[in-house]
Design a protein around this ligand. Structure first.
Ligand SMILES: NC(=O)c1ccc[n+]([C@@H]2O[C@H](COP(=O)([O-])OP(=O)(O)OC[C@H]3O[C@@H](n4cnc5c(N)ncnc54)[C@H](O)[C@@H]3O)[C@@H](O)[C@H]2O)c1
Length: 416
């Protein structure tokens, strides 16, 4: 068994390692030479895959390449390329299409092709299939085609690729069987769906569910702020209900490659059906406003101690989009930094996972120095390595957007 993986990023690299660790040979292909050279040296750029885990597999089980011809002798090829948004929040399928075209040129009879990139229902059938069939072969008979969404959550260790059920939707029953067989090598539980479209939409449902609930609790946080009620106490209280409630927390806004982007793939597709997806749009609007609300909180906190934002030294604590990782994609800290600068504040940051923040032209400062040289420290992302008691003790003023300081009482502390 040999599996080709197209795109060796946050999704493709862990998948390559999972197959290799299940004693399957892997051809890892990426168009980015730097990525391929890194993998070939056994160096991982994905935090969930330590280089110590990758290195012994490279050469033994994993071959990294930029050459599509190397995919020709794979039994299955899995596509894990980006699906970003283009202008006006419309899907950009250029990476999927480019991967599909390159694969069509080397596609061989009997191969299975699986798309894992998150996308709107119909992409596998309407966009990828025609490109692959330009090879002259027919899906379902000459080759097989399926969609199987990636459910990875960077930084999470309690659920792995093996223990997270894998959704699979095939173009035909035979396509489904082939794809289910493939993923049974690395997943304990493979869930069979009747079509690629159902699998595509299931992934979007998961992400939209989170986006809408985060927006709802963000909106309540703004209201609670105005009413003078502690939102964290309210959430803790509601979460004591043993049924019918699921905890979501407010924060500085949504980040990462998934939640700020994927829902708009569905909103776009829905327009073809004359269907306005109002929950998606509203959630996007509320979550996009959240960095503005956070900045307003900082300005008010400074005002309360008699300082204007202009000229104040503001430290952002944690700039990655979530705790425990160094991923800066769509990170709300960047927008917060920009908004503070527009007000004339001097912005700096400390993040144990991010050495450099090119969007703001900054480098991470050492924590002690950062705290002593700021007028206010804003906890944007609550990385577990940071000692928050120390932050509250050493910073003149702390504004906490994550509720990580719950349990600490101090006059210089303000929470979302
Ligand atoms: N990151 C996540 O947490 C996550 C979780 C679930 C699903 N997804 C989805 O998985 C897909 C991939 O996301 P990612 O985070 O791994 O992206 P990524 O940017 O980390 O990696 C994608 C890789 O694909 C390569 N690439 C681009 N075009 C290519 C082509 N034509 N041929 C070969 N390689 C190509 C890029 O060089 C890059 O290394 C997206 O659709 C995303 O929405 C991501």
């Amino acid at each position: 068994m040999k599996v080709g993986i197209i795109g060796l990023g946050y999704v493709g690299l862990p998948l390559a390692v999972a197959f290799a660790e299940a004693n399957t040979d892997v051809v890892g292909l990426d168009v980015n030479h730097r990525v391929v050279e890194g993998v070939a040296r056994g160096e991982s750029s994905v935090e969930d895959v330590p280089s110590e885990r990758l290195a012994p597999l490279v050469g033994e089980r994993i071959e990294a390449t930029t050459d599509h011809a190397r995919l020709a002798d794979c039994d299955a090829v899995v596509i894990c390329v980006p699906t970003p948004l283009a202008h006006r929040r419309e899907p950009d399928l250029a990476y999927v299409e480019s991967a599909g075209r390159s694969l069509a040129a080397v596609l061989r009879k009997g191969q299975l092709v699986v798309l894992e990139s998150t996308t709107y229902p119909g992409t596998t059938r309407d966009r990828l299939l025609p490109l692959l069939e330009e090879s002259g072969m027919r899906a379902g008979s000459d080759f097989h085609l399926a969609f199987s969404p990636e459910r990875i959550d960077p930084g999470r260790t309690d659920h792995t690729i093996r223990t997270t059920p894998k959704l699979v939707g095939g173009l035909t029953p035979a396509c489904l069987d082939r794809a289910a067989e493939l993923y049974a090598l690395i997943c304990d539980d493979v869930v069979r769906l009747t079509s690629p479209e159902a699998a595509e939409l299931a992934k979007l449902l998961e992400n939209i569910f989170r986006s809408v609930n985060i927006a709802m609790v963000n909106e309540l946080a703004m209201l609670a702020d105005r009413m003078g009620i502690d939102i964290w106490e309210v959430i803790d209280a509601a979460a004591t209900k043993p049924f019918g409630f699921m905890r979501f927390e407010p924060g500085p806004g949504m980040g990462g490659h998934c939640l700020p982007i994927d829902p708009f793939y569905l909103a776009f597709k829905a327009r073809e059906f004359d269907f306005p997806t109002e929950f998606i749009e509203l959630a996007g609007k509320v979550n996009l406003h959240q960095p503005h609300f956070c900045v307003e909180k900082v300005v008010r906190a400074l005002n309360d101690i008699g300082r204007p934002a202009r000229g104040s030294r503001v430290l952002l604590l944690g700039v990655a989009y979530k705790a425990g990782v160094g991923d800066l994609r769509e990170a709300p800290a960047i927008r917060i930094g920009e908004l503070l600068r527009e007000l004339g504040a001097e912005v700096s940051y400390h993040d144990p996972h991010v050495d450099e923040l090119p969007d703001l032209g900054l480098r991470s400062l050492e924590l002690g120095e950062a705290l002593s040289e700021s007028d206010v420290a804003c906890i944007v992302t609550a990385h577990p390595e940071v000692d928050y008691e120390r932050v509250v003790a050493e910073a003149p003023l702390v504004v906490d957007f994550r509720g990580i300081t719950r349990g600490i009482e101090a006059a210089n502390l303000v929470r979302l």
